[in-house]
Design a protein around this ligand. Structure first.
Ligand code: AMP
Ligand code: MG
Length: 341
C-alpha cells in the first residue's frame, strides 16, 4: 500500500476524511502525540489499527470526538464529575473513561464495558474528525512498544506502506500521550499521567487516586486497570537505564560507566559534566520541555546507534510525573539510585 503524506490544508483534510469514511487508517496530528485513526463505529477498520501497530488485541483505544453531542452514541452515563472535567479541560489532553454504550465495537474497547473518550484541542485533529463525520478511534501512531510519534516523519518511519495516509500538522505541543482518568469507579483514579496533572484534576473534582501501575511494575499475573500499563513501552532499540541523583551524582555514575555506544539522555545543565555523547531533553526544572522532547530524543538515540542510554531521572511532580512514567517504561523499570552514599 502506498501511504500518502497529506498536508493540513482544506482539500487534504477532506481527502483524509474520505479515506476514514471508507474504512482506511490515517495518521493524524494531535496536541499530545500523533494518533493512528479509524472510524470508531467500524469494527473491521479498527481491527486494522491493531494489525498495523502490532498491538495486543486486549489493549483498548481512545475514541476522539469533535463535538460534545457525539458522546451520546458512546457512553451510557455522563456523571457530574465527568461534566466538570470536560468543562475544565476539553478540548485538551485529557481522556475520560466511562461506562460504554452498547454498540461501541468490541475492537475499540477490547471487550471492556467502559470506553475511553477525548476531545482533542488540535485544530487539524478536530477538522479531520469533522471531515470524517464520525468519532475516531486512535491510539498513538507508533509500532507497538516503540516511542510515540511527535512528527509526521516519525509516523512515516513506523507506518509507511501499512496505512492509507498521514496528515502532517507539524510537531506535537505536549509531546506525551493524554492524561487518562477513570470515572467508572469511585473515587476517580488516574491511570496514566499526561499534560493535565493530578493537582489540576483534584482542583476540579476533589481527591483522585493514582493507580499503582503509574509508578510501579505490576507483579506477574496482576490485573492492570489500564491494559496498556502492563506492556513494555516507549522503548528505543537501545537499553535505557534511569539514573536518580543530583547533576553531580548522575554525571559521576555515567562517567564511571562510559564505553562504546554509551549515551546520556541528560538535562541541559548536566551536559558539560559528562564524558559521553549527550542528547539533552530539556532543563531539570522544566517538565513541559522534557515531555515535549522526550520521544524525539529516544528516536534520535537509535539513529545515533546508541546501545546503552543513561537517562537522568526527572522530578515526579506536575507534568514530570508523565515524563517519569514514560522513561520508567522505556527503561523496563531498570532504575539506579545514586542519591544514597
Ligand atoms: P495509547 O494512547 O496508544 O497509549 O492507547 C490508549 C491507552 O488508553 C492505553 O494505555 C489503554 O490501555 C488506555 N485505555 C483505553 N480504553 C480504556 C478503558 N476502557 N479502560 C482502561 N484503559 C483504557
Ligand atoms: Mg501508545
Amino acid at each position: 500500500m502506498k501511504t500518502l503524506l497529506l498536508k493540513s490544508h482544506r482539500s487534504d483534510i477532506q481527502k483524509a476524511g474520505e479515506l476514514l469514511k471508507n474504512g482506511g487508517l490515517v495518521g493524524i496530528p494531535t496536541e499530545t502525540v500523533y494518533g493512528l485513526a479509524a472510524d470508531a463505529g467500524n469494527g473491521a477498520a479498527v481491527a486494522e489499527i491493531f494489525r498495523a501497530k502490532g498491538r495486543p488485541m486486549d489493549n483498548p483505544l481512545i475514541v476522539h470526538i469533535s463535538r460534545m453531542a457525539q458522546l451520546e452514541g458512546l457512553i451510557s452515563v455522563f456523571p457530574e464529575k465527568a461534566r466538570q472535567l470536560a468543562a475544565a479541560f476539553w478540548p485538551g489532553p485529557l481522556t475520560i473513561i466511562l461506562p460504554k454504550k452498547e454498540g461501541v465495537p468490541d475492537e475499540v474497547t477490547a471487550g471492556l464495558d467502559t470506553v475511553a473518550v477525548r476531545f482533542p484541542a488540535h485544530p487539524v485533529a478536530r477538522a479531520i474528525i469533522e471531515a470524517a463525520g464520525c468519532p475516531l478511534a486512535a491510539p498513538s501512531a507508533n509500532s507497538s512498544g516503540k516511542p510515540s510519534p511527535t512528527t509526521a516523519m516519525h509516523v512515516m518511519d513506523d507506518m509507511n506502506g501499512k496505512i492509507a495516509a498521514v496528515v502532517d500538522g507539524g510537531d506535537c505541543g505536549v509531546g506525551v500521550e493524554s492524561t487518562v482518568i477513570t470515572l467508572a469507579t469511585e473515587p476517580p483514579r488516574l491511570l496514566r499521567p499526561g499534560g493535565i496533572t493530578p493537582e489540576e484534576l483534584e482542583a476540579i473534582i476533589g481527591p483522585v487516586e493514582i493507580d499503582p501501575a503509574v509508578t510501579h511494575q505490576l507483579a506477574e499475573g496482576q490485573q492492570a486497570a489500564s491494559p496498556g500499563m502492563k506492556y513494555k513501552h516507549y522503548s528505543p532499540e537501545a537499553d535505557v537505564i534511569l539514573v536518580k541523583g543530583s547533576a553531580a551524582q548522575y554525571a559521576a555514575y555515567v562517567n564511571a560507566h562510559k564505553g562504546d555506544d554509551v549515551y546520556a539522555m541528560c538535562f541541559t545543565e548536566d551536559a558539560g559534566l559528562l564524558d559521553v555523547p549527550v542528547v539533552p531533553y530539556g532543563d531539570a526544572e522544566h517538565p513541559e520541555t522534557q515531555a515535549h522532547l522526550l520521544f524525539e530524543c529516544l528516536r534520535k538515540l537509535d539513529e545515533m546507534g546508541a546501545k546503552t542510554v543513561y537517562a537522568h531521572c526527572p522530578a515526579e511532580t506536575g507534568v514530570g510525573l508523565a515524563v517519569y512514567n514514560r522513561i520508567l517504561r522505556a527503561a523496563g523499570f531498570e532504575v539506579i539510585d545514586c542519591t544514597e552514599g
